[in-house]
Design a protein around this ligand. Structure first.
Ligand code: SF4
Length: 479
């Protein structure tokens, strides 16, 4: 096993380092941003950005069985009537949104459609088709490059995946693979042996899907370097075009059921997680995958590798994506819209509030943010580091007309320690993460965070989160 630099890991390990899928992080958004805020944002942003492609996200928050690691926004049910009822509200939300756009003569230039969850594969064939038909009637579907349906390997077969492609037009699949170790699967209540993937990833399926993505979750109970070696061997055998890693968040105060994962022993600690990551890096690289982002590996001829090389990759709420900056318009409970680097808006998580807003004829958003210029510059810095492992000074001159070295004078000084430790190299034209530094990407991004900078204490960070949670609870109570 490759040697880990444990001293560096101990030195830089920090609790509550955010993943920066968005910046400023959600705890700093405002609860005053509701329907009117979002509508004004759409009116302000869309006409000025007609040429920019939209990533249209649809959230289906239902699954049939609970995975104990899950922190997604979802509801567990086997009652399809609940799904039907939700769909009727989702259709109404789509109507409110598109009626508003049409009234203002705005058409959406959609380039990507993504159905996520929960598990969109909970939708039966007819309902999936009617949702797709609904969207087809509202924007030009012929311009869609990628249409993803997140799929639960336990609930689809070859026939269903071919139906999703031939009848609904899906050409990209994302599977929550998570880990192939049977013991790990048992301890997280998600049994899905690798032979399931052999059954569904047939030559016919591989032929019609441009991208097949696996999610691999690090930090699950029972994960060991030896088990991870075997999981990686299975991944190499099954050859998805893309592997997205993520670190499991253990938040039993949000998801109480997570405690079941520690019934038989503790979760891998941060050193053990680094060990697992080391195994994955080594195996996937040796197996021909290219690292195309902080937690992203793709095959050399895949769309993601092409996008990474051309500077068209981007990290956001749905992981690493192709297509440059991802301008999200999202529908469904908890979904988050992101208009360029100007606005963030998020829908209600809980279904009663989501439905109530729609019953009142409103877009069901409950918080958001209009970014100021400093937010935009710092958002760009975190995105550049996350997506490309570097900061290109010229890029900031072009985009924001700033001298990066002057603007971030303090932050660059703060990086001194990391330069000495071999995590970053500062050159005349930019800042570059070394191979070791790539494993500390989040810590390096954190230096550019004005709201929660690295010198904030754990207690101070916790206070920010508590304050935001309390404000959220107060809002719901008032509804
Ligand atoms: S991990 Fe996916 S399938 Fe499992 S409970 Fe969460 S959303 Fe549902």
């Amino acid at each position: 096993m490759a040697k880990l630099n444990t001293d560096l890991i101990k030195k830089y390990h920090q609790d509550l380092v955010f993943n920066y899928a968005e910046y400023p992080t959600k705890d700093h958004w405002s609860f005053d941003c509701k329907d009117n805020f979002y509508k004004n944002a759409l009116l302000d942003w869309l006409p000025k950005n007609k040429d920019k492609k939209i990533f249209f996200y649809v959230h289906i928050p239902f699954c049939e069985q609970l995975c104990w690691f899950c922190t997604c926004s979802k509801f567990i049910t086997k009652d399809y009537e609940r799904v039907k009822e939700y769909l009727s509200y989702l259709f109404r939300e789509i109507d409110i949104l598109f009626n508003f756009l049409q009234k203002n003569n705005i058409t959406l230039n959609v380039g990507t459609v993504f159905f996520g969850g929960g598990s969109p594969t909970i939708l039966n064939r007819d309902d999936l088709k009617s949702l797709v038909d609904k969207l087809k009637s509202l924007f030009d579907w012929s311009k869609i490059d990628f249409f993803t349906v997140e799929s639960d390997p336990r609930r689809v077969d070859e026939e269903r995946l071919i139906y999703n492609h031939e009848v609904c037009g899906a050409n990209r699949i994302s599977f929550g693979m998570q880990d192939f170790d049977e013991e790990v699967q048992r301890r997280v209540n998600r049994i899905q042996p690798s032979y399931l993937f052999d059954k569904i990833l047939t030559p016919k399926v591989r032929k019609v899907y441009k991208e097949i993505a696996f999610d691999l979750l690090i930090g699950q109970p029972g994960q060991t370097p030896e088990g991870m070696e075997k999981t990686c061997d299975e991944i190499l055998r099954l050859k998805p075009t893309l592997v997205q890693l993520s670190l499991m968040a253990y938040k039993p105060w949000v998801a109480k059921y997570q405690v079941q994962m520690v019934a038989e022993g503790p979760l891998p600690d941060f050193l053990e997680r680094k060990n697992l990551l080391e195994v994955i890096h080594r195996k996937l690289k040796a197996g021909g995958y290219v690292r195309t982002g902080f937690e992203c590996y793709s095959l050399p001829n895949s769309p993601m590798t092409k996008a990474f090389k051309e500077g068209e990759a981007h990290y956001g709420a749905s992981g690493h994506q192709t297509g440059g900056r991802v301008n999200f318009i999202a529908v469904g409970s908890s979904s988050m819209s992101n208009l360029g680097n100007d606005y963030y808006v998020q829908n209600f998580y809980d279904l009663p509030s989501y439905k109530k807003a729609i019953d009142e004829g409103h877009l069901p958003c409950f918080r958001g943010l209009k970014l100021n210029m400093d937010d935009k510059i710092r958002q760009h810095a975190t995105q550049q580091i996350r997506s490309y492992f570097k900061i290109d000074y010229a890029n900031f001159k072009d985009q924001f007309n700033i001298d990066f070295k002057d603007y971030f004078n303090e932050e660059i000084k703060y990086l001194d320690e990391m330069v000495k430790d071999g995590l970053v190299i500062i050159k005349e034209d930019g800042i570059f993460l070394t191979e070791i530094g790539q494993d500390f990407t989040q810590n390096i991004m954190n230096i550019f965070d004005k709201y929660d900078p690295p010198n904030k204490t754990y207690k101070e960070r916790l206070e920010t989160i508590k304050k935001s949670k309390k404000a959220q609870a107060d809002i719901l109570e008032r509804l």
